[in-house]
Design a protein around this ligand. Structure first.
Ligand SMILES: [Ca+2]
Length: 393
């Protein structure tokens, strides 16, 4: 495999891949108490019956509240005991919610305690991507719906591949994952086009400018042929990404076209500008063109897997009716965190709807075993040693 990773990352990648393999064996044998096994990750449902939760996050204010973003345009608060009856924010009237559209994520300003700013990413009634800021009201459990400031609007040529994740990086800048605009195969080649904000990882400074500023060390700043917001390119639909809380590394899950799903890592010391390959490549395979696609400048994923796993997942889910409810309508939180990552409970950075959150389960309650959790792989991969997991029904 023609990887462009440095040796340190090859080592890390090998270790992570080993973890996946051993974990699979462990699950298959039902061995979750092996002395050589890594920390056990136990998933416990804390909320059920929620309509299409797409992301959860926190305000960083020590309140212990979880903010649950719903596709239909609402943000709910879980106060540690229950979901509060009134939403934190309801912008459903502004949001298109069909298919891959909706209120896709929220991120709280690093200084939320002092400024009350929260940022949302949604598809508007035209289907275009909007990144907007809201401000909390005098009631800490309610954002002011009249406080909206639109930072960025990105025209979407098709309904699918809207990206949607917002995260503040360790550098304090806001990272925005954008899909390639959809249509299949990236027909306009947006992901490789430095004059398009589609198919990119963007990085902006929300503390500067009337809307936002450009961080002075963004990789394409000063390049007249490129948009300065671009931090990395070559992404198809980075539906979810997250920063490692210890290392600051950026983990990007990118949805594949027809064959390969992939996970990319960008080191915390990166200067940006990585080209993750799409549509030249899907995973480590040429896509368009069918051969001769990589001139050596592309950054390939550290993990990929083919769609047959997803097919198996759907089969397993369809044959275990009790487990269908375990994924789409529920929120899980870790109760046993790997060493160094803080005491539980804390939230997994990746959650999804049925389509993107295919928890693969076999068996029946109460001895349900989670064999694969596509949406939580980034969490599992953080553990430096093999992990095991179980799920309570
Ligand atoms: Ca790629």
């Amino acid at each position: 495999m023609n990887r462009t990773l440095n040796p340190a990352y090859r080592t890390r990648a090998n270790r992570l891949l080993s973890a996946i393999l051993i974990a699979t064996v462990s699950f298959a044998a039902g061995l979750v108490s092996d002395a050589n096994a890594a920390p056990q990750i136990e998933l416990t449902p804390i909320v059920s019956g929620i309509n299409s939760p797409l992301a959860i996050t926190h305000a960083g204010d020590g309140s212990g509240r979880l903010f649950i973003t719903l596709q239909v345009g609402r943000i709910l608060i879980h106060d540690g005991q229950q979901v509060l009856p009134s939403p934190f924010l309801d912008i459903g009237a502004l949001v298109s919610t069909d298919g891959e559209r909706g209120l896709l994520s929220a991120a709280f300003h690093p200084n939320y305690v002092s400024n009350g700013f929260v940022y949302v990413n949604y598809t508007d009634l035209n289907g275009d991507t909007v990144v907007a800021r809201y401000t909390v009201s005098a009631d800490p459990n309610v954002a002011d719906p009249a406080s909206a400031v639109i930072l960025l609007t990105i025209s979407q040529p098709f309904a699918n591949h809207n990206g949607g994740q917002l995260q503040f990086g360790p550098d304090g800048y806001l990272y925005i994952g954008t899909g390639d605009g959809g249509g299949g195969g990236d027909p306009s080649n947006n992901a490789q086009n430095l004059n398009s904000l589609l198919g990119k990882m963007l990085r902006i400074d929300v503390n500067a400018g009337p809307s936002y500023g450009i961080p002075p060390n963004n990789p394409f700043i000063g390049d007249p042929a490129a948009l300065p917001e671009i931090w990395a390119l070559g992404l198809r639909n980075p539906w979810r990404f997250s920063f490692d809380r210890l290392t600051g590394d950026l983990w990007i899950a990118d949805v594949g076209q027809a064959n390969l799903e992939e996970l990319n890592i960008q080191t915390a010391s990166s200067a940006g500008g990585e080209n993750y390959g799409w549509r030249l490549m899907e995973g480590d395979s040429c896509f368009n063109p069918a051969s001769g696609c990589n001139d050596g400048s592309l950054t390939l994923p550290v993990l990929q897997y083919d769609h047959s796993l997803a097919v198996q997942s759907r089969v397993a889910t369809a044959t275990a009716a009790r487990t269908i409810r375990a994924c789409p309508g529920s929120i899980f939180t870790e109760t046993s965190a790997p060493a160094g990552y803080g005491a539980p409970p804390r939230m997994p950075p990746v959650h999804g709807r049925p389509r993107n959150c295919s928890i693969r389960i076999s068996g029946s309650a109460p001895s349900v075993r989670m064999r694969r959790a596509r949406c939580t792989w980034p969490i599992c991969l953080r553990t430096p040693a093999p992990f095991s997991a179980s799920a309570k029904s």
